[in-house]
Design a protein around this ligand. Structure first.
Ligand code: NAD
Ligand code: UDP
Length: 314
């Protein structure tokens, strides 16, 4: 049994990760300041004997008493709509929050896992993106608060690995979806499902021919745990290589919800990447992981969750 700190625990991925770690028999300390997370995400395990929660902003000094075996740093603003509104918080959590959590992991001699992003590749000029692609990011662009905070975070993790001989992992996460995403977080799947279930037109930005590759949350959590166990201290892409256009995604969601909604095209947000697809060769060969949940199946499970959320909100 290990003792593990998870930052961003009240968020979408953080809450699923805490649950999986508890199921594996670990003691988990969840930390979050609630900026985009929700207490209800913790409902299923808040009273678990091996879980405790600390309400804390990770950009401030972190004190945890006792030993720690691992720190999983997930805290960040993660939706383009949120990080556009909280640019400074986004930069601070990627820079100061990564610094504080690395300092804590060093003090405790704990393994450190950083959740980076496919956004380090920016608007990629190669598709799919392998880990050695260096990216096409505008450091003064509208998404730079997020992209650069994660790029800086990766650099900081590497520096701690090299200078302090720390045991580190870097997960480059590609678009992930599933239960516990906020209906109002502005990402494409919650937006489309909410619109389809309420009979509103689906808002496709631009011509909808831009692509994304969507990974179901259970696969993502398995991938993060496989990376943690693997000992690989270089970045690894974790995502589902099943690449779809946003138009295709809209069609599938309309079909699965049996909705009568149409499509409305709205302006493409500036610097919205044209393509995104992970090359997961490294994940397959070095951590022995690949996704198993198909888009239709994952969407069905997510739609059920969003439906319940909407009924509870009524
Ligand atoms: P989320 O917004 O649901 O969860 C992030 C959590 O971090 C929230 O609960 C938020 O309150 C918390 N947080 C933010 N700043 C904090 C701070 N200063 N102190 C303490 N807590 C803070 O997002 P998510 O989708 O679960 O993403 C989790 C991680 O995975 C993030 O680091 C994100 O960048 C990364 N990621 C996610 C995706 C995805 O598709 N979901 C893709 C790439 C990377
Ligand atoms: N998008 C869309 N309609 C929406 C929300 C998003 O067409 O209501 C598009 C967005 O422009 C992008 C893709 O869907 O091309 C994925 O957007 P999301 O915000 O989920 O994440 P991103 O991959 O851009 O970080």
């Amino acid at each position: 049994m290990s003792r593990i700190l998870v930052t961003g625990a009240a968020g979408f991925l953080g809450s699923h990760l805490c649950e999986a770690l508890l199921e594996d028999g670990h003691e988990v300390i969840g930390m979050d300041n609630g900026v985009s997370g929700r207490n209800q995400n913790l409902d299923g395990f808040i009273y678990h004997d091996d879980f405790s929660f600390v309400d804390h902003d990770v950009t401030e000094f972190i004190h945890i008493s006792g030993e720690l075996d691992a720190v999983f740093h997930l805290a960040s603003l993660a939706s383009p709509v949120f990080y556009r509104d909280y640019q400074i918080k986004t930069l601070k959590v990627g820079a100061l929050g990564t610094h504080k959590t690395l300092g804590l992991a060093k003090e405790k001699d704990a393994t450190y896992l950083f959740t980076s992003t496919s956004e380090v590749y920016g608007d990629p000029e190669v598709n799919p993106q392998p880990e050695d692609y260096r990216g096409n990011v505008d450091c003064y662009g509208p998404r730079s608060c997020y992209d650069e905070s994660k790029r800086y975070g990766e650099a900081l993790v590497r520096a701690y690995r090299d200078e302090h001989d720390m045991d580190v992992r870097v997960a480059r996460i590609f678009n992930t979806y599933g239960p516990r995403m906020r209906l109002d977080d502005g990402r494409v799947i919650p937006n489309f499902v909410k619109q389809a279930l309420t009979g509103q037109d689906l808002t496709v930005y631009g011509d909808g021919e831009q692509t994304r590759s969507f990974c179901y949350v259970d696969d993502m959590i398995d991938g993060l745990l496989a990376l943690y166990e693997s000992g690989v201290d270089e970045p690894v892409n974790i995502g589902n290589p099943d690449e779809r256009t946003i138009n295709e995604l809209a069609e599938v969601i309309v079909e699965l919800t049996e909705s009568s909604s149409g499509i409305t095209n709205e302006p493409l947000p500036p610097h919205d990447p044209e393509v995104r697809r992970p090359d997961i060769s490294k994940a397959r060969s070095e951590i022995g992981w690949e996704p198993t949940v198909g888009l239709q199946d994952g969407l069905k499970r997510s739609i059920e969750y969003f439906q319940e959320e909407m009924e509870n909100a009524e």
